[in-house]
Ligand binder design. Structure first.
Ligand SMILES: CC(C)(COP(=O)(O)OP(=O)(O)OC[C@H]1O[C@@H](n2cnc3c(N)ncnc32)[C@H](O)[C@@H]1OP(=O)(O)O)[C@@H](O)C(=O)NCCC(=O)NCCS
Length: 187
């Protein structure tokens, strides 16, 4: 069943912020103490949050495009579209990650003008790394998140290497090993 994308509304925003991921993915759980503020951020038009539907199921994941997909402390100087994806907890770990992420990438490629796409992934999260790596993304930077020091990686897909079409495993010559950086206190 194809996925469809819909600008997120308030009730969907509240629903996704209540999702709870089991360890070790609990770092993605929203703190209820901040939920009102986060709902307003998710509804900001410039953050481009969408809910994803599949058939009769109106909310199987949500995604965002742009600055809210970044993590503080990373170097985002390169012009690229940042992608964020969160699949509903009960649908995790069933081998469909590639399909979800490929749909998000294809939506980004037809909806935004960018030719470089970027995801930021916690270093411990090998499941998410594997999904994006299979789409052709390559890690170019590792950094410590501002505040708690949790290590994250920045992964890039260049327009010359369109992973959504085939999930190529080719490496991007010239990137070499990821650059390791510390916090920059960027907000
Ligand atoms: C990240 C996410 C999109 C992955 O989708 P998914 O459907 O759960 O992933 P899959 O079950 O397809 O697993 C993806 C791959 O990781 C592998 N994998 C699963 N658990 C793993 C683990 N603990 N360590 C290493 N690899 C793992 C799977 O075998 C699969 O590899 P394959 O495609 O070669 O078979 C989804 O889990 C999600 O949105 N989770 C929400 C929390 C989160 O992690 N967010 C990430 C923000 S960047």
């Amino acid at each position: 069943m194809p996925f469809t994308f819909h600008p997120i509304d308030e009730s969907s925003a509240r629903a996704v912020l209540a999702w709870r991921y089991p360890p070790p993915y609990e770092v993605y759980n929203e703190d209820p103490a901040h939920s009102e503020q986060v709902v307003q951020e998710v509804l900001r038009p410039d953050y481009h949050y969408y809910r994803m539907a599949e058939g009769d199921d109106p909310l199987i994941a949500y995604c965002c495009f742009g600055p809210d997909a970044r993590v503080t402390g990373g170097d985002y100087a390169l012009e690229a579209l940042d992608l964020g994806l969160m699949v509903r907890p009960d649908l995790n770990g069933r081998g469909r990650g590639h399909k979800f992420a490929a749909a998000v990438l294809e939506f980004a490629q037809r909806s935004f003008p960018h030719k470089v796409w970027r995801v930021t992934i916690a270093e411990f999260n090998q499941r998410a790394q594997r999904v994006w790596q299979k789409l052709g993304f390559r890690r170019v930077q590792v950094f410590a998140r501002c505040g708690d020091g949790l290590p994250f990686g920045i992964w890039i897909l260049n327009g010359k290497h369109r992973g959504a079409a085939g999930g190529s495993q080719r490496t991007w010559k010239g990137w070499g090993a990821p650059r390791v950086t510390g916090p920059t206190n960027r907000i």
